[in-house]
Design a protein around this ligand. Structure first.
Ligand code: TUI
Length: 327
């Protein structure tokens, strides 16, 4: 039953549940990447028919307000804001999102329950990242409009399950739309996400090399050069696994993680400021180049419009032509 419904939706974007829910043309969100997802990237994705998302991670209330107003000047289309729930500014940016009546908020790295009533009262649609069926069910019960089922193939802070295992289980557990994330890099991944029961996708890594993405060129070059095996996760021992590209910084983290006697605080301190160094300074040795496992198939810079068009043209093609029994 799920399969029939989603197959029809994949072929007819105009009647896609996610497109209708948030008022977009293509059922694609751009991941709320800390330090990366600013007004330039978010407005470009929204202008291209997806949902652009500003990351509030590194902002306080005033900085977020400024980024929102920049984005509003660059697009008339809807865009969202992502709250990284471990951010020291989570309370204040949560309030700004309600005050500014942002149409969609996505959340990551925690349980967003304590903010949900406030957002829903302000007509903000809440779409949390969920790493498990349990959290998907909880946020659905509390009024989430959709969930993002993100597998551990993604970059940055990762959950345990893979996209392949997580997405269908979340789809079976909730009635609201499910957006698949983690490990999706091209149209085959988009098609596969629909096959698993998702009605939309979220991509981060592919947008890192978008022309409108303002990160340091060294970051883009590292993603463009990366092979399949060039990412590593560190921090699992202390409960915050993070995936990034292998370099001096991530190898240093990996060495320290299992050093006898190292405390969580000491380990966390080693990583402070490293993402900023990668994104703003292009510090290839000392930066944390967060990035997903699909980096190996990202091999050229394109505009957001080119990326989105290519993803869905290829996905439609794959869904039309593939006969799995003839493989
Ligand atoms: O949040 C992410 N990815 C991120 S956040 C981030 S910011 C940062 N991180 C480390 C160092 C410097 C900056 C980078 N990447 N993805 C969404 C995501 N959410 N992945 C996993 C989760 C998650 C995990 C547990 C969501 C909910 C959750 O709930 C636990 C609970 O309390 O129920």
């Amino acid at each position: 039953r799920h399969y029939e419904i989603h197959r029809r939706e994949a072929r007819v974007m105009a009647s896609n549940r996610l497109c209708e829910l948030v008022g977009i043309e293509y059922p694609i969100f751009q991941g709320g990447m800390a330090w990366v997802a600013n007004a330039s990237l978010a407005s470009a994705v929204s202008n291209a028919g997806g949902l652009g998302i500003i990351a509030a991670m590194n902002s306080n209330a005033d900085q977020l307000r400024a980024e929102i107003s920049k984005c509003r000047a660059l697009t008339e289309k809807p865009f969202g804001v992502n709250v990284m729930l471990m951010s020291p500014f989570a309370d204040e940016v949560a309030a700004v999102i309600a005050e500014e009546r942002i149409p969609v908020v996505t959340t990551g790295a925690g349980n967003p329950s304590k903010y949900m009533e406030g957002w829903l009262a302000a007509d903000v649609k809440v779409i949390p990242v969920v790493p498990s069926v349990a959290l998907a069910k909880m946020v659905a019960r509390r009024g989430a409009s959709a969930v993002i089922a993100e597998g551990g193939e993604s970059g940055g802070h990762v959950g345990d399950l893979t996209t392949m295992a997580l997405v269908p289980q979340v789809c079976d557990a909730v009635e609201i739309p499910v957006i698949a994330a983690g490990g999706i890099g091209d149209g085959r991944g988009v098609a596969a996400a629909f096959m698993l029961g998702a009605c939309g996708v979220q991509l981060g890594t592919r947008f890192l090399v978008a022309k409108e993405c303002t990160i340091h060129q060294n970051y883009k070059n590292k993603v463009l050069a990366a092979r399949d095996i060039d990412t590593i996760t560190t921090g699992k021992r202390f409960g915050h696994p993070v995936r990034c590209l292998k370099n001096d910084f991530s190898r240093m983290l990996a060495e320290n993680e299992y050093k006898p006697g190292i405390t969580a605080e000491e380990f966390e301190k080693l990583g402070v400021g490293a993402l900023r160094k990668a994104v703003l300074d292009g510090d290839t040795a000392g930066g944390s180049f967060m990035c997903g496992q699909i980096a190996g198939m990202v091999d050229r810079e394109q505009t957001c419009a080119e990326i989105i068009r290519e993803l869905f043209t290829q996905a439609e093609d794959v869904l039309e032509r593939t006969k799995i029994w003839e493989k």
